[in-house]
Design a protein around this ligand. Sequence first.
Ligand code: ASP
Ligand code: MG
Length: 411
Amino acid sequence: MPIIVQKFGGTSVADIEHIHNVAQKVKNEVDLGNQVVVIVSAMAGVTNQLIDWANAAVSDHDDREYDVIVSTGEQVTSGLLALCLQNINVDARSWMSWQIPFQTDNNHSKARITDIGTTAIRNSLNSGVVAVIPGFQGVSSENRITTLGRGGSDTTAVALAAALAAQRCDIYTDVNGVYTTDPRIVSGAQKIEKITYEEMLEMASQGAKVLQTRSVALAMRYNVRLQVRSSFEDAPGTLVLNEDEIVEKETITGIAYSLEEAKITLRGVKDRPGVAGRIFGSLADASINVDMIVQNVSENGETTDLTFTVGKIDLSTAVEVLGELKDEIEFANVTTNPNVSKISVVGVGMRSQPGVAKTMFTTLADKGINIQVISTSEIKVSVLIASDYTELAVRALHSIFELDNPSQLES
Ligand code: ASP
Ligand code: MG
């Protein structure tokens, strides 16, 4: 019998009525002749409340106890869903991490999965019992409960789907799929029927927050077919899969934007070997992720300007780190600008289709939008612009790449 993994996010299990609705969705998969494994999130708002309590208790908490506290949200939902399933005559039971066992390392509050036992769950599935599993948690080699980091239930679901060689992993949420861009900005945004893992990774990390990025990377690695769908309507969602499963590839799949980065410019940096290594090494040591980077050619062969972006939340730390380097690197000054947004055009089709960058840049120029920084990969072109122009840029690009009205070519 095929195994289907279903994962329900916080808004899908927001209250008892919603959990009854979820039970019905599980029953539908059972009635289709599948073995079903269900991963649940905490009820909407619960994890935030638990974290607030942990912080209110002591300001500098012991991460092991933090995990004991915040993991309870998912445990409650799993018990409740098992009850609601039994109530409609679906044989079901909940599983705690140590019973599976769902093993992680000892990195409390941001643990990585090390191993997943499948024997007990398989036996239970084979005897016709639905498995209900709390997301976002595991058990360490020291036999303590761990959590996987915010949004970690998506990762739990994908990891279990991989371990059990599930036919599909359905991520139920409050939107009905992944869109060509944010529908709040572009009313003509379309639901994407199929998207590759790579594109989804770009869309997710570029700010389209439907799936936790880490779960997409895991799905790609283990070839787990993912589907993002709504728990409030009965329609297929967006399938995330391998490129070779998509026959007709659009050149451009989507436009993503992110307001989460800030720009830093170092002027008058000495133009000599080792300087960039020193600057970005120090930022990395401070756990600061750098995204886009441009360095100008030096006019006089002595100094140059260096511009890059970091997360807005890291901006002040980055400036401190650079300040400490000033004497050693001998740059003239640092300027920062948090009022920027990164706009990305994403699509695997651009590998074989030249001219995407040109179309993007001329479209922005026609709207009078200045490009501050550019970065590219094989399947995306990103630009940094003034954040005031975010909506204008996204709309113009969505339209020029014909995403407002995509051709309906299907594989
Ligand atoms: N409840 C956890 C969170 O809110 C994990 C999850 O829902 O994915 O981050
Ligand atoms: Mg979530």
